[in-house]
Design a protein around this ligand. Structure first.
Ligand code: FES
Length: 169
């Protein structure tokens, strides 16, 4: 058996060298582009976290509207989004944090927003009404109760998460 000595021709050497250098240059250019493309995915968002809203001592038995702002990252665009809740304590001293979004077509409801119904939430868009606990009043447009926010109390502060829809009839 004869052993042939493997020799690299000048053409092969040039091919290997150019392929290696070209690959290195392509990787150098693509790496920052890939990093830029997936950067929003790697950035933590605060949208889904519990947010501090109000000191519990400020919550009364009458619904009050509280607003808070969350920084929202939408791909490469960052903006401040304001959220609201109607919050009160019921007869069992439990906190009731209601979403202000009408379950009919999404307008904002107000507590005692109609002087004819001073103990109800009122939606001005189509005369929708809700009881104090957020239950929709029969024969008004809303098909479901107001959503209830997830909540927790930490160190005397009310934190709210996402509004959780309640089933309608
Ligand atoms: S949007 Fe509220 S009643 Fe229609």
């Amino acid at each position: 058996m004869s052993e042939k000595k493997q020799q690299v021709s000048r053409r092969q050497f040039l091919n290997y060298t150019l392929t290696g250098v070209g690959g290195f240059m392509a990787a150098s250019m693509l790496a920052p582009m890939v990093r830029f493309a997936i950067d929003p995915v790697l950035t933590a968002s605060t949208a889904g976290e519990m947010q501090a809203v109000v000191d519990v001592s400020e919550i009364t038995t009458d619904p009050q509207r509280f607003d808070w702002t969350v920084e929202q990252v939408d791909a490469w665009y960052t903006s401040d989004v304001t959220h609201s809740a109607w919050v009160y304590k019921n007869e069992n001293d439990e906190i009731v944090p209601l979403s202000p979004t009408c379950t009919h077509l999404g307008c904002s409801v107000s507590w005692a927003g109609n002087e004819d119904y001073p103990d109800q939430f009122y939606c001005p868009c189509h005369d929708g009404r809700y009881q104090k606990d957020g239950t929709n009043v029969a024969d008004t447009p809303p098909p479901a109760p107001l959503a209830l926010y997830e909540y927790e109390v930490r160190d005397g502060t009310l934190y709210l998460g996402q509004p959780v829809p309640r089933g309608g009839v």
